[in-house]
Design a protein around this ligand. Structure first.
Ligand SMILES: [Zn+2]
Length: 579
């Protein structure tokens, strides 16, 4: 074993730095690694031909280090058909915390993981963590809404199986019901015993007012503006929005499509005596919440881990059957690589989590038993661009871009959140994730991607709140988002393969950083900072340009620590430049 030469350091006040140089540290870590790993390193990838990596964001320095060490191998091993089959299984159910569908998916994931020997060997652990739930698990069983006119009955929405297309006609926590009544199209004209039908969201205030006036039931045709089908095909007219009401709600409630709203309005205009019949059957029971954690135990630092999280609950194929399946198949690709000896087991651990959005991350942090150093979150990872119009996106943690988004940054329709970047939370995780997008584009033979400043709304927020760097891989604007249209035909298996490759390459680069990764990261960082500072100056935002310039050394130091460990020491003083 080669040892670090002892450094003779002259201590000058204000310039004392008794740490090894970067070159020493690189040599030291490489010599350590050479003794630990006999797995052959994959051949480095060449620079991306232009047009392969079409990313609305900073460029990436080419190279075979960092995520490139895993991207091609992961891409080759990722079985898109298998991911699609799992997504199909998950999509069969409307998953809500602890309900029948949620439990079925957790059981299937456990079975898949046991097939990869999780829970059977010390290097692959499996935890099913049980925590209490404050509300009972809610499972929808059936629903039916029909117009009863002079000409007979016209069914507007119905389902009687878990996979039913109209299952979202019941908001989450809706009670069982069987009612029939005349129609009221506004709260003002509502008389006792009538069924109130509104276009907007039926919030708790409206439900309370309707209940007080004796409504038999409230039906809402709510949709968000971003649900409008921009293709001109008007598919959103058949969308039923995914909604929820408070647990314990007694008043019968339902969701309807805009087309059904129009049918009800037309029928009422023709005959004010027309009636509606509404039926719902649901099951509620107290159950615990299950969070599933599969861990590839690190060879050098088993006690620290990079987390990957995909939430199980919600009723969509893209959101988030695709994330669940993408993460499982990405893990399988990694396992294939490790078992074949083509990928060395990581230095640090990787924890793959499936459970209830946000809560699963808290459960991992509190009960997972490992120190989480970074997190890679996959939510809505399988959108077909052709079917939904949604772009693959990388969401960065708060950085100076959060103060003001300047080109090429732009916020999604989800919208910015008020997040002033805290300088003590500067990290290079978004840069590593961007490099992973680049290396995946190369492995896949092309990929068009975008990135944007922090917006929040998924598990990355929980990790960031705990001071842990985190990124989100997702897709937006998907006009089917949180509607009954988000089903299997909106999924693209090849997109799950690309997203899974990017996520696992990013996570492995973080859990298994090498000193030789650093140079490429720092070159990429220079590309980003130059772009951001120039954009700020062009926009006349001098203060923002300064923030980015100040951010650069902090991110640089984070990347140095990632790649060099403790040997990174303090950040070297900037090299003097000739005036
Ligand atoms: Zn989601």
């Amino acid at each position: 074993m080669r040892r670090l030469p002892l450094l003779l350091v002259l201590c000058i006040p204000g310039a004392c730095r008794n740490v090894p140089t970067e070159a020493d540290a690189v040599a030291w870590r490489e010599s350590q690694r050479a003794q630990q790993s006999s797995a052959p390193a994959p051949a480095p990838l060449a620079a991306a031909p232009s047009g392969i990596f079409k990313h609305a964001g900073p460029g990436v320095a080419p190279g075979g280090s960092g995520p490139a060490r895993f991207a091609l191998l992961a891409y080759e091993a990722f079985d898109a058909d298998r991911a699609l089959q799992l997504a199909e299984y998950v999509d069969r159910f409307w998953r809500e915390p602890g309900n029948d569908g949620y439990e079925a998916v957790i059981a299937r994931l456990q079975e898949e993981l046991r097939g990869m020997h999780f829970g059977e060997e010390p290097g692959r652990t499996l935890q099913l963590i049980e925590t209490p739930m404050s509300e009972p698990a809610w499972t929808p069983l059936s629903g039916r809404l029909a117009l009863l006119g002079k000409d007979g009955e016209r069914v507007l929405h119905a389902f009687d199986a878990p996979e039913g297309r109209d299952r979202l006609m019941l908001p989450k926590n809706a009670p069982s019901a069987k009612v029939e009544g005349r129609i009221a199209l506004s709260l003002e004209t509502l008389e006792a015993g009538r069924i109130l039908v509104v276009e907007g969201h039926a919030g708790s205030k409206l439900l309370e007012d309707a209940r007080a006036r004796g409504a038999a039931c409230v039906l809402s045709a709510s949709l968000e503006s971003f649900n409008t089908d921009k293709s001109g095909k008007e598919r959103h007219l058949d969308a039923i929005q995914y909604q929820s009401v408070r647990a314990g709600t007694q008043l019968p409630v339902g969701q309807i499509s805009r087309r059904s709203l129009q049918a009800i309005r037309d029928a009422f205009a023709a005959d004010p005596e027309v009636r509606l019949s509404f039926q719902a059957a649901v099951k509620t029971e107290p159950r615990p919440l299950h969070t599933l954690v599969a861990t590839i135990v690190g060879g050098l630092h088993p006690e620290t881990a990079v987390a990957l999280a995909a939430h199980v609950q919600e009723p969509g194929a893209c959101d988030n059957a695709s994330g669940v399946a993408t993460q499982l198949e990405a893990l399988r690709a990694l396992v294939v690589g490790i078992d074949s000896g083509r990928i060395a087991p990581p230095d640090g651990s990787l924890c793959f989590v499936w459970g209830l959005e946000m809560r699963q991350s808290s459960v991992l942090l509190e009960q997972g038993g490992r120190k989480i150093l970074a997190a890679v979150v996959g939510d809505m990872t399988g959108e077909s661009r052709e079917a939904t119009g949604a772009m693959p996106l990388l969401e960065r943690p708060p950085d100076p871009g959060s103060i003001k988004a300047l080109p090429p940054d732009e916020h999604t329709e989800w919208g910015a959140s008020e997040q002033d970047p805290k300088f003590d939370q500067a990290s290079g995780i978004a840069l590593v994730a961007r490099v992973a997008l680049h290396d995946t584009a190369l492995a896949a033979g092309g990929w068009e991607t975008k990135e944007h400043p922090f917006e929040g709304g998924s598990d990355h927020q929980v990790f960031l709140a705990a001071g842990i760097p985190a990124v989100l891989f997702w897709h937006f604007t998907d006009f089917t988002y949180h509607t009954s249209l988000d089903r299997m035909e909106m999924l693209d298996a090849s997109e799950m393969r690309r997203c899974g490759t990017a996520m696992i390459s990013c996570a492995m680069a973080l859990a298994d950083a090498h000193p030789s990764d650093l140079e490429r990261y720092l070159s990429s960082l220079r590309l980003e900072v130059r772009l951001r500072v120039d954009a700020a100056k062009q926009a006349g935002e001098e203060a923002l340009a300064k923030r980015w310039a100040e951010w650069e050394p902090l991110e640089r130091q984070w990347l140095r620590r990632l790649c060099l460990g403790e040997k990174a020491g303090a950040l070297p003083a900037p090299t003097p430049t000739k005036k």
